[in-house]
Design a binder for this molecule. Structure first.
Ligand SMILES: Cc1cc2nc3c(=O)[nH]c(=O)nc-3n(C[C@H](O)[C@H](O)[C@H](O)COP(=O)(O)O)c2cc1C
Length: 187
């Protein structure tokens, strides 16, 4: 089953997580920044993994823009969706429903929150200041530490790998059954 991971990432956290998923899936998966993805590439893939961080309560803008622009075509596919963010207490379904169209969520097999990080190094002083404010606010809201959730990444990757293998086996079964039927009919 041809699989594409599309990610959006401002400071590199989501990109790193997307890479971890690709590397541990041990199957042939293409990885691409959503901003570099040409529309005609989508026709080559049956399964698409969408990974994006949450900023101010919404999935990263470039991911939302891409999804809404290509929605008619995208809903013919199947999806796995992961979210990255600093707030581990979020109601993920609620956040996803605010950012992604229902038709896309209806075609989604699995969604998971995979944690996040604040990476100040790559930011200019203004963005660093804003990020510090957000980080301080989140620390006040709850005791949970801001970190990448490696356990969730493992679970998500396993689900993805299982789905790919299962779909391939199902495809092989139907291929074999139909070729058997053809040869029976032909003889
Ligand atoms: C201005 C700003 C707003 C943010 N808003 C949220 C938010 O609403 N919810 C959340 O869980 N995390 C929020 N975060 C945290 C980011 O989602 C987190 O740092 C993530 O790891 C960034 O991923 P990226 O490097 O792939 O862009 C915010 C971060 C910044 C700097």
């Amino acid at each position: 089953m041809k699989t594409l991971i599309l990610y959006a990432s401002k400071t590199g956290v989501t990109k790193d997580i997307a890479l971890m998923i690709k590397d541990s899936c041990q199957t042939d998966i293409t990885l691409m920044d959503v901003e570099d993805c040409p529309a005609n590439l989508l026709s080559q893939y049956e399964l698409i993994v969408l990974g994006a961080p949450i900023y101010m309560g919404y999935v990263h803008r470039s991911m939302r823009k891409f999804v809404f622009k290509h929605l008619d075509f995208l809903i013919t596919k199947r999806f796995f969706i992961f979210s990255v963010g600093a707030d581990a207490t979020i109601d993920l379904d609620k956040y996803l429903a605010m950012s992604y169209p229902k038709a896309l969520l209806d075609a989604t097999i699995s969604t998971m929150y995979l944690g996040g990080e604040f990476r100040m190094e790559s930011l200019n002083p203004i963005k660093r200041f804003i990020t510090k404010q957000v980080s301080d606010e989140l620390q006040k809201c709850g005791p949970s530490e801001v970190k990448i959730h490696t356990h969730n990444i493992k679970v998500f990757t396993q689900q993805l790998a299982d789905y790919i293998i299962h779909s391939q086996e199902k495809g092989r079964f139907f291929d074999e059954t139909s070729s058997t039927n053809i040869s029976k009919r032909d003889t």
